[in-house]
Design a protein around this ligand. Structure first.
Ligand SMILES: Nc1nc2c(ncn2[C@@H]2O[C@H](COP(=O)(O)OP(=O)(O)OP(=O)(O)O)[C@@H](O)[C@H]2O)c(=O)[nH]1
Ligand SMILES: [Mg+2]
Length: 301
């Protein structure tokens, strides 16, 4: 690295429609899974900040909930949370899924992006799942949506152009100091990540509308003298029928969710884990702003 290369630092927000691949890109940049991902739209409900430190830059990557037409108080909070980030960052990366035609949803997101002062990057995602013709047609359509400063095609799943994305963000960041120690990786607590890992498995294993009614809270993590951790989490659903589905026949579904989540939680905590999951019916919690805040899905100031 030339001696006179200035050190850069600042914030980049990943924004876009639900399912565009924002959380997958955050994990790929960090080289570690902290954000949950799934094929279900509106997987992300909490803003998450990850710190990526390279030789010449320190980038805080902000994962945001997908922007969509809200149907309830939860949806409104998710949009508020994502739009709130646009005002506070140095660079906005708008992610567009290469496999889905650019539509009114992307145009709506681009309108918000266009109005912010940050540098604007267009990021076409999922290149591995689209043909070169599709990629160029999508790039042309998406780049017309706003006045972008730069653009890049990536596949976060395959690791294609992930390093190049980090370099591109670095290029557009202002000069600045290293604000955080090298070991700092993200701003989520262990409890937050555990709750999210459980929710991810529920999203991956449950069908249709059920995932949207699921909220997860981690009630406690306690470390025993023999080195294992006991973890308690509560899965909230909105109706008794949904509880039956989440529990499954003879407890089969809750067991599958628990086994899958435990693997991720053990990797996170670095020890053997006893995971206890409870399921509770909390009618219409998605319409109740105080319950949304208790679960941590509200837009933070
Ligand atoms: N083929 C392919 N699939 C991808 C890629 N990136 C993400 N996906 C998949 O796309 C789906 C959505 O990814 P997420 O990262 O959860 O998307 P998101 O934008 O964070 O979605 P929300 O949190 O709902 O806004 C998941 O099933 C991912 O595995 C990619 O580069 N290639
Ligand atoms: Mg996400």
């Amino acid at each position: 690295m030339p001696q006179n290369t200035p050190f850069k630092s600042g914030f980049v927000a990943l924004v876009g429609r639900p399912n565009a691949g924002k959380s997958t890109l955050l994990n790929a940049c960090l080289g570690e899974k902290v954000a949950i991902t799934s094929p279900v739209a509106q997987t992300t409900r909490k803003r998450l900040r990850a710190v990526v430190t390279t030789d010449d830059a320190q980038i805080v990557i902000v994962d945001t909930p997908g922007l969509h037409k809200p149907k309830d108080a939860l949806g409104k909070e998710l949009n508020r949370s994502a739009l709130g980030e646009l005002a506070d960052v140095d660079v906005v990366a708008m992610l567009v899924d290469a496999t889905k035609p650019v539509g009114t949803g992307d145009a709506w997101v681009a309108n918000h992006v266009a109005r912010c002062d940050a540098k604007k990057l267009l990021v076409l995602t999922k290149a591995d799942a689209s043909s070169p013709e599709q990629v160029s047609a999508q790039l042309e359509a998406a780049s017309a949506l706003a006045d972008f400063d730069d653009q890049i095609v990536i596949s976060a799943q395959e690791g294609f152009n992930v390093d190049a994305f980090v370099r591109l963000v670095t290029h557009w960041l202002p000069e600045g100091p290293k604000w955080f120690p090298d070991g700092m990786r993200h701003d989520a607590s262990e409890e937050d990540i555990v709750a999210e890992f459980v929710r991810e498995k529920a999203f991956l294993l449950l069908r249709e509308e059920i995932p949207h009614s699921v909220g997860v809270r981690c009630d406690s993590i306690t470390y025993a003298k023999d080195g294992h951790a006991s973890v308690n989490a509560t899965i909230l659903v909105e109706r008794a029928g949904q509880k039956g589905i989440v529990v499954g026949k003879g407890g089969s579904m809750i067991k599958r969710i628990g086994i899958a989540a435990r693997q991720d939680v053990e990797r996170l905590l670095g020890c053997k884990v006893y995971l206890e999951l409870n399921v509770r019916v909390q009618p219409k919690w998605r319409r109740d702003r105080s319950e949304i805040a208790r679960l941590g899905y509200d837009a933070k100031e």
